[in-house]
Design a protein around this ligand. Structure first.
Ligand code: SF4
Length: 232
């Protein structure tokens, strides 16, 4: 908050995706409450994370993997993307850009490492035979089949709406100057490149010291600025 570090957590995970929930829990322990809004980059935009934030009634200003690509012309004219097709919720079917209907066939389930269940719905085209768009739509032989999580699409729609709103855009821009500049201070300006200690417990402690030092230096700089303004 205003370039102060309010909470930190250390994870032995190669990607950001599965760090959100444990980080929020750690933040809750430290702050005594969860934030009302979470702003995060696309690395955190998984269905599981969106579901977690919704369950905790936290506003998610979180991009997903294809958020920027969706705005490109290439994406908008891509006939194979179901995001450019029409979904009929009442009948539970899709209509592709050639006007063919894809009917529901079955549902499959994937379970993430943390136990979150993703339900994927499979739809198949009535007939793709002779379709003039086939080459641009799919490389697969026969009728096109699409597999989609409707929950994921719903979360993405919500995220898109908030990110494109004035409020969401302002918050997303703030993310660049808030946490990113703190990383810049720690890593580039103060030269923190590797941990001196080993093991989760000690490394977590080391990060704690780094955060504490950062906050003290930040506070000192703020005090100095205030004094300079006062003396003017
Ligand atoms: S190939 Fe099939 S799904 Fe794709 S546009 Fe043609 S009819 Fe529709």
């Amino acid at each position: 908050e205003n370039q102060f570090i309010l909470a930190y957590s250390v994870h032995q995970r190669p990607t950001d995706t599965r760090c959100l929930e444990p980080h929020m829990e750690k933040a809750q322990q430290i702050l005594g409450k969860l934030p009302k809004t979470v702003i995060a980059d696309a690395g955190y935009g998984s269905e599981e994370n969106y579901a977690y934030l919704e369950k905790k009634e936290i506003q998610a200003v979180v991009k997903y993997g294809s958020y920027h690509k969706e705005k490109s012309k290439a994406w908008k004219v891509n006939v194979g993307k179901i995001e450019n097709w029409t979904y009929n919720a009442a009948e539970d079917n899709w209509t592709c850009l050639a006007g063919k209907m894809l009917h529901f066939r079955r549902e499959s389930k994937e379970v993430s490492q943390s136990g979150y269940e993703i339900y994927k719905r499979h739809y198949r085209s009535q007939s793709c035979e002779g379709c003039p768009l086939k080459e641009r739509c799919t490389k697969a032989a026969g009728d096109r089949e699409v597999v989609v999580s409707l929950e994921r699409l719903r979360y993405q729609k919500q995220a898109r709406e908030i990110l494109r709103s004035k409020e969401g855009y302002g918050l997303a821009v703030r993310r660049m100057t808030e946490p990113e500049s703190v990383f810049g201070q720690l890593k580039n300006n103060r030269g923190f490149r590797r941990f001196l200690l080993r093991g989760m417990e000690k490394v977590t402690l080391e990060v704690g010291w780094l955060c504490l030092a950062h906050n003290l230096l930040k506070q000192a700089a703020n005090d100095q600025k205030q004094r300079a303004t006062f003396l003017q």
